[in-house]
Design a protein around this ligand. Sequence first.
Ligand code: F6P
Length: 545
Amino acid sequence: MTLETINPSGTVAWQKLRAHFEKMEYVSMKEMFVNDKQRAEKFNIEWHDFLVDFSKNKITEETINLLVELANEVGLKNAIEAYFSGEAINQTENRAVLHTALRAKENDVVLVDGINVMPEVYQVKKDIQNFTSEIIDGTRKGYTNKTFTDVVNIGIGGSDLGPAMVVEALQYYKNHLNVHFVSNVDGDHVNEIIKKLNPETTLFVIVSKTFTTQETLSNAETIRAWFLNHAEQEDVAKHFVAVSTNIKNVTQFGIAEENIFPMWDWVGGRFSLWSAVGLTISLAVGFDHFNQLLEGANKMDTHFKETPFDKNIPVVLALLSIWYNNFFGAETEALIPYTQYLQKLAPYLQQGIMESNGKSIARDGNPVNYQTGTIIWGEPGTNSQHAFFQLIHQGTKLIPTDFIGFKKALYGNKDHHDKLMSNFFAQTEALLMGKTEKQVQAEFEKANITGEKATFLLPFKVFDGDKPTNTLLIEKLTPETLGSLIALYEHKIFVQGIIWNIFSYDQWGVELGKQLANSILSEIHTGEIKNHDSSTHFLLKKYLQ
Ligand code: F6P
């Protein structure tokens, strides 16, 4: 079965949403809260350790009903079925999209081309588990018989961002191994890492689904050359492992087949941290924690598959985002975790969201006539409050924002955590309520600010409020809740791609830059600049001088 191709803007629900938007555009959220004391109870979802409060949005029950109607009209239910059951929904590459199989239960059956992939998935999990424990407990040793102290993940994009984000997020659960990430083809990046390493005690994990990525291969070659300055060719086997679908290229690089962890073409790079791409995560926090991450994701998969749309966290968040993107004209969304551990969540999701849904051709091959992928950005609170929050509060742009906070701190420092969380709650309240003229005048009176000064200052001190936010309040940052959180956003991406009638799982747009970079590189090598626009020509000439 292929995905249906329905132009969302031509649906009945879309027309109704348009008419509804005319009524809602200037409705005040503040007033809706005043008029309906049950609003918070109506618009929240409690699920295991998650509470998602979406009452601070420009919505009524009618909005949610119409958005759900839209989801129904574009066939979201069938699409979810096709997604989980291994249909080739990545139609431009004729591939299934089955990162969900990587966290499915061992006795589940997931068919790809009629073959159950679960035995293979669990075999690789077993390999990850064994390898992890041998490195951590020191059974596997380096070429001078020393135990490993450092692990370097060499990869880029999905082969870097996911593992790097999770290792950072779960550092509380980390063991003794020092973990490093080399991604950029910038030679200074790899050299900065190399200088911290001892070749005798460092394990290198080369992660590349295709094993053709320029950045990863260059970094791997540089690191191997450095390693061989200290060790012999035969020692490479003890220190280098790879994660890839491309066994031929990996063996050509010099890594033996028994040191290759396979992955599959039905796992997209940006959704691959659940596979052996997450080997570095398993090494950093141990296999049990890695497995708990997978279990958390699996729980969210079940919630997503089985829950009615109006109580379904990924669906509701996706629909709200469509409401702002396609009706209010919001261009960006912010994501603010109130924990330093999640500082890499926004960059990680930038790839997931923008590489997936940054598309302008509909599934029928015609250009879309509506907005698609949102721009996502963010930084942890409270730091971000002191950086860009001014624009969210008083700028001219509408920026729907997700606030992610945890009830408990990992080290249990209540004083700090209460301060952190009071900011978390205060910000969404301030964004909703703003500050009226009356409130500002009252403050002026107290501070004895009067006359011309008060008149002058007044407009600058007023906040309109009415800025939409979602609050995700989670019990505690654990491998399991993190797994659920990541899976939540993965499914949000899926729902939006279905509604926007685009293919979310290819990334042709990234290819053009890669091709041009390759041809420019050979021009740089030969010194012969070929046909370019005059600006590029001029810049290349200056670079070569
Ligand atoms: O940036 C494009 C991309 O293909 C991503 O989708 C992918 O995660 C990344 O490059 C790395 O690819 P690979 O794992 O094949 O090296």
